[in-house]
Design a protein around this ligand. Structure first.
Ligand code: GRF
Length: 194
């Protein structure tokens, strides 16, 4: 039977807990399917998580990422949406041109604050705490040629407690990522109202 489902391709650099939530959410979905996961780290646990969901998983080198080889491989999956689920490299222009308004990212802070190069992992939460913010949260946004500067799709806040360590804040924000990213992906794909 022809594959009429919408195709998601995931990109993850690390543990892949967001990728896990997304693969689980769409595992039996009638209209949407995760068709592949790519990582720039051959030892990324995200690759193992994909195997557990029988999602084809591939690692790639910076050379392949930059010279069009990876782009061809990604295009072969006919993706309707590319999701950067904890992916740390800037997206090259040829990807943005090949997939206009079809690449989204999740950032563990309330952009436009606390974004940009180097703002990833605990560095983000450290900066939020040092700034004395009373709240933090997640931003899901379209990707453009600059780190974390694409059009925002969805934000959700959480409190910051004065006694928080970066790890405690990171855990609270990660919970929001897990709770909201799969649903927002579904809305983007089915409504394209975003
Ligand atoms: C999360 O903190 C996310 O905000 C950021 O990278 C981390 C990914 O975690 N983009 P995981 O690899 O999905 O567990």
């Amino acid at each position: 039977m022809a594959d009429t489902k919408k195709h998601i391709v995931l990109f993850a650099s690390g543990s892949g807990s967001n990728a896990q939530q997304i693969m689980a959410y769409f595992q039996e979905h009638p209209q949407i399917k995760v068709v592949a996961l790519f990582s720039n780290k051959p030892d990324a646990y995200a690759l193992k998580r994909a195997e557990a969901f029988q999602v084809p998983a591939f690692s790639f080198t910076r050379e392949e990422y930059k010279n069009g080889i990876l782009l061809q491989q990604v295009e072969s999956f006919n993706p309707d949406l590319l999701v950067l689920a904890g992916f740390l490299w800037l997206v090259p222009l040829d990807f943005l041109q090949a997939f206009p308004n079809k690449i989204i990212n999740i950032h563990p802070a309330l952009l436009p604050k606390f974004g940009g190069k180097g703002m990833h992992g605990l560095h983000v939460h450290q900066a939020v705490l040092e700034a004395g913010e009373k709240e933090s949260g997640i931003t899901i946004h379209y990707v453009n040629e600059h780190y974390d500067q694409g059009t925002s799709i969805y934000q959700h806040t959480c409190p910051v407690n004065p006694t928080d360590t970066p790890e405690q804040l990171a855990a609270r924000v990660l919970e929001l990522e897990h709770a909201h990213l799969p649903r927002i992906i579904e809305e983007v794909l089915l409504n394209r109202s975003r």
